[in-house]
Design a binder for this molecule. Sequence first.
Ligand code: ACO
Length: 381
Amino acid sequence: MEQNAGQVELKRGLRGVYLDQTQSSNVLGEVGRLIYRGYDIQDLAKNSTFEETSFLLLHGHLPTQRELDEFDAQLKAARTLPEAIVNVIGIVKDAHPMDVLRTAVSALAAFDEDVNDNSMEATLRRGIYLTAQLPTIVACHARMVDGLIPVQPNGRLGHAANFLYMLFDREPVSEDARLMDVDFLLHADHSSNASAFAARVCASTLADLYAAITTGIATLKGPLHGGAAEEVTKMTDDIGDESNAEQYVKNILDKGGRVMGFGHAVYKAYDPRATLLRDGTRALGERMGQPKWFRILSLVEKVMQPLAARGISTNVDFWSGAIYKLLGIPKSLYVPIFAVGRMPGWVAQIMEQYANNMLIRPLLQYVGPDGLEYIPIEDRR
Ligand code: ACO
């Protein structure tokens, strides 16, 4: 990763570089642990909800019941999209859902009178607003794509249940809602991942929260970041039957290819988020009378097992895609769902950046020519 190029020590991709300090989350890659503000995500996934975990990330401590009720009410009150945003979504509806999400969040800035107020209070208020708006944007667009009328948010339902409700126009069973809730919670923050870093770079110029979140969404879109779950589902569909799994994976490995849903830039052990979603996939598949997908994926894991010794283990996307598939969610929504979950982490990190700002401005080693003579265009060949 680290190279010496001439006099300069290059750290390509900034691998291994600490750019600042954070209190938001910690990824312990060697042992496969993820911590949000001191709490292990295993504990949070078991006992908490997305709403409570969002409060934790945004405020820095677990809420009292009264604080949680207030926070929940703030989220619920902010779910409905401005009419103009629904129109914007309609105009760009043929684009990829991530492009639509990015466009809608960017457009929301136009309706915020205090858009340039980067104080902690305003950023927090706006962060809660955006956390509530994202699921509605994603669901509203998905309905429009199918030629259906968008479903208004349901104030009786929690964040995850309401998302599924707006997507399918029916209240989810509590187990499905809880699985979606845990999935959002597990995606809520992940230290200096590419999208959070990009959002911090944007915030470090003192651009507003909408600009920084738009940057985060744009960065999450790439297949090396948010897109692997979709690829895992395509692979599962291709395999189709348990009897094909082993040969399918071996064929990829024999050709030197990569099996999607394995390996991670930081985790060298089993991704702790994947552990939790693995159990969820098994339970969901059995409940839906479709245990086949869990069995296929388990066989893929078995064939990949020898690579664990080289630090290539299952990552979160391996199992999250299976859950979305079983819930009947279209593949193009997998990355937007990641964004819905990641919102509180982005906001928490942007707030940290504003609170102790320093313009992020690394260097590039110039390796191009110097001293060239300018030739007038008419003399160039
Ligand atoms: N399947 C097979 N081999 C792999 C895999 C994989 N999924 N991942 C890494 N390797 C191998 C590489 O081929 C390479 O082998 P080599 O040394 O013989 O050339 C070695 O492991 C190191 O690969 P790097 O790309 O240098 O490792 P890095 O840790 O930087 O890669 C990455 C991380 C990009 C995620 C990689 O593991 C990958 O492409 N995985 C598949 C895509 C995926 O699942 N992405 C989701 C990540 S989780 C998330 O973003 C939420």
